[in-house]
Design a protein around this ligand. Structure first.
Ligand code: FAD
Length: 404
């Protein structure tokens, strides 16, 4: 084979193959993916796909012919199980060996399960793949009392869809607020009120002790001793990056694969991108792993540039979105280390946004059904704009006009 071999055939891998061809790369490009699907997008899994508003064919990132037209080889339903760095080759699950000139690790992550008793009972679901959602939907054939463990984006999106189907839904969050890792208390409060208004029973500070049941889950026991009846449990408690194979090959993988600003690992022939890459960020003080479409796409472009010999450091601004009920949240920048949060509008009723400042400069903005602030925010954050907090607080003043 040689050329570029990519571990994974998801969002980042698909973009990498495309960017390599766009940039004129003429060597072989092979994507090895352990799922049986052509590259597809995950965001709709907890939104329109769970809600039966889109089918699997509508999740594909590209038409099926796209790959053959660009001479990108797809080896699907197959994992890379070993990397031999001396020989510059990888071994697939079926024993096949592919040699590489460049190996790009784009393996994403797998859902974490709580390390508590009962976490593997039937009726306990995670949300990462088409197969996961198909299994969950089969389980919805009977009326079900749903308990969602984890008040992060994926848990909340799933709760919104399942609640919209008329199911009784409880959300358990171990922290004292929802979305604690990614947003400010004012936005957490908004989502708490939104879900409660929609009839979701949200419990904060609710630590799970174990899941009860013999074969199938029947309840969730909290640390307080309370047992909540449950026929179906969705665990949305984060992912574990898929890096064991690379770690075994001797690469540094403390929490994801360690890479530099060009997506290079400590092996000059191996790059890593997307959810599995622990990278230095121009927007954070410490290296981080980002789990977003933006990061997967922009790091794929960075890795392609590295391979094409026109290296460009990764400086792209992080952004993200989440859909819950009729609310579209869009975030630009990282809500880390701000010293001032300015609310634009009424934080109980979208549209509104929250602007985060550090030393007077805009570093992030959360926009709740406020796409104009999101668009303006991206430019202002990238330009490290100094803002006037008073004008900023007036939603009648354009975000751009609040720049000093
Ligand atoms: P993935 O897309 O996960 O692709 C990695 C692939 O590699 C997988 O198919 C995996 O099975 C495979 N693989 C793993 N190990 C191996 C191996 N050894 N050999 C071969 N293949 C392997 N982001 C947003 O920006 N907005 C959203 O609204 C949003 N919603 C989301 C909702 C859900 C339910 C989920 C799960 C994610 C969501 N995301 C969202 C995150 C976004 O989908 C991910 O950040 C993105 O898919 C990361 O791309 P990736 O290529 O790094 O990983």
């Amino acid at each position: 084979t040689a050329g570029v071999v990519v571990a994974g055939a998801g969002q980042a891998a698909a973009q990498l193959a495309q960017s390599l061809r766009q940039g004129g790369y003429g060597g072989p490009v092979t994507l090895v993916g352990d799922e049986g699907f052509l590259p597809y997008e995950r965001p709709p899994l907890s939104k329109d796909y769970l809600g039966n508003k889109r089918d699997a064919a509508q999740l594909l990132l590209r038409r099926p012919e796209f790959w053959a037209e660009r001479q990108v080889t797809l080896r699907l339903g197959q994992a890379i199980v070993a990397v031999n760095r001396e020989a510059s080759n990888v071994t697939l699950a079926d024993g096949a060996i592919l040699s590489y000139e460049w190996l790009v690790w784009a393996t994403g992550g797998r859902p974490r399960r709580l390390p508590c008793p009962g976490a593997d009972l039937a009726g306990v679901h995670t949300i990462r793949t088409i197969a996961d959602i198909d299994a969950l939907k089969r389980d919805l054939a009977q009326p079900r009392r749903v308990v969602v463990i984890g008040g992060g984006y994926i848990g909340l999106e799933a709760a919104a869809v399942l609640r919209s189907m008329g199911l009784p839904v409880t959300v358990l969050e171990a922290q004292e607020r929802l979305l604690a890792r990614v947003t400010s208390p004012v936005v957490s409060q908004f989502f708490l009120d939104l879900h409660r208004r929609e009839g979701v029973d949200v419990r904060l500070g609710a630590a799970v002790r174990r899941l009860t049941g013999t074969e199938r889950v029947v309840g969730v026991e909290l640390a307080s001793g309370e047992i909540l009846p449950a026929d179906l449990v969705v665990m949305g408690v984060g992912i574990i990056p898929n890096v064991e194979v690379l770690a075994t090959a001797g690469l540094s993988c403390p929490n994801g694969v360690e890479v530099d600003a060009h997506c290079r690992t400590n092996d000059p022939r191996i790059l890593a991108i997307g959810d599995c890459a622990l990278h230095p960020s121009a927007h954070a003080a410490v290296p981080l792993r980002l789990e977003s479409v933006q990061n997967a796409i922009d790091q794929a472009k960075t890795a392609a540039a590295t391979i094409l010999g026109v290296p460009q450091p990764y400086t792209a601004l992080p952004w993200f979105w989440s859909d819950q009920y009729a609310v579209k949240m869009q975030t630009a920048g990282l809500c880390l280390g701000y010293d001032q949060a300015v609310v634009r509008g009424d934080a109980s009723r979208p549209p509104f946004s929250v602007a985060y400042l550090r030393d007077g400069r805009l570093i992030a903005v959360d926009c709740l059904s406020a796409p104009k602030d999101f668009m303006a925010g991206k430019t202002l954050i990238a330009g490290q704009a100094l803002m006037d907090p008073e004008r900023l607080a007036d939603p009648g003043v354009d975000l751009k006009a609040a720049r000093i």
